[in-house]
Design a protein. Sequence first.
Length: 433
Amino acid sequence: MTAPGLLVGAARSGSGKTTLALGLMRALTRRGLRVSAVKCGPDYIDPAFHAAATGRDSLNLDSWAMQPSTIAALAEQASDDADIIIAEGAMGLFDGAPRGASGVGASADVARLLGWPILLAHDVSGQAQTAAAVIRGLASHDPTLSIAGVVANRTGSDRHQRLVSDGVAELGLRLFGALPRNDAVKLPERHLGLVQAGETRDLDERLDALADFVETHVDVSAIAEAAQARAFQHGAAVSIVPPAQRVAVARDDAFSFFYPHLAKSWRAAGADIVFFSPLADQAPPDDCGLCWLPGGYPELHAGRLAQARGFLGGLRRFAQTSPVHGECGGYMALGRVIIDADGAAHEMAGLLELETSFAVRRLHLGYRVARLAEDHRLGRAGETLRGHEFHYATTLSEKGDPFVFARDAYSDVDTPAGLRRGDVSGSFFHFID
């Protein structure tokens, strides 16, 4: 049986989607429900909080990078053995980019494809009756979408809440509750979003506090009843060919950006995934056929990585006989030097002619289409991959043959990206599908 689902969306980033979604996930889990979590769009950090809140792996659904059949198949996976699915949207409800695989990458695309009603989390700070006007626009913008109702966020007083409530009622929408301003339940943040779940102190206590906060001010039972189930249009099972039969994947606070759906797909295809920790000075196991260095925060741990002689030496030895690939932060670690925020230079693996700096920062953000420059474990030369880029690091020097030719969602021009030297490759591109 398909589990009912609900998508938490908003007018913009910073409206309180994560607070509401995590509070609901934890509250419903504490009630004994099997809650499956989903994150819309390219995000590594929020799904780890979802997993901590529910005790189940979260999945990403992205209409720009994924075909409809992939989204349907992953949604079916999320539905397995679940009582309810809570999806957290990204950015504004309709925000995205052109020329996607099954939409523009907007959260609204996912809700439309899967028939999930939308719970609007609306930040009413600085608004009263005007909140209803904004909500009216969101609710009527796409008549194919179903709006379950609204949770007002950051109300300032009983009078403020009443003004908002009256306006929402006139729209014929249900107001499930109102969350007052409360900085005590905020989760700590840094340059790529929330501080990672594994690094957040007293995470269980914080999640319980979020659940208590939501339970106190929101009708959680009514929200759960508003979730709807619709049989998914069955597509082929998710089939992402693993790059090797046995893959060594770095995983710790420096290298954590590894999509759960990739791991599931690789395992479903018969591959073994062996995790190791560079920060614990562990090298990739010799019995693996490929080493994968995911993105993460190597710039925050560059000093420790530079002193991890076992990891660096083991990685160099591994590269002499087997392929190594790095994404974003993993790509930086394959280079010669990372300069940290204080301007200190730290030597890395030196497997690619790359120098990057976090002292000189510039945001690089957006969807990317990448075309493989040569045959690779990820595909044949010329094959296209869809993904994204999100980092603040600046490239000081990048010399050698490109790994891919990439373009963003708004361009028709491919430009060389990343580096490849023999069987060592990498780029700032994050592969999704």
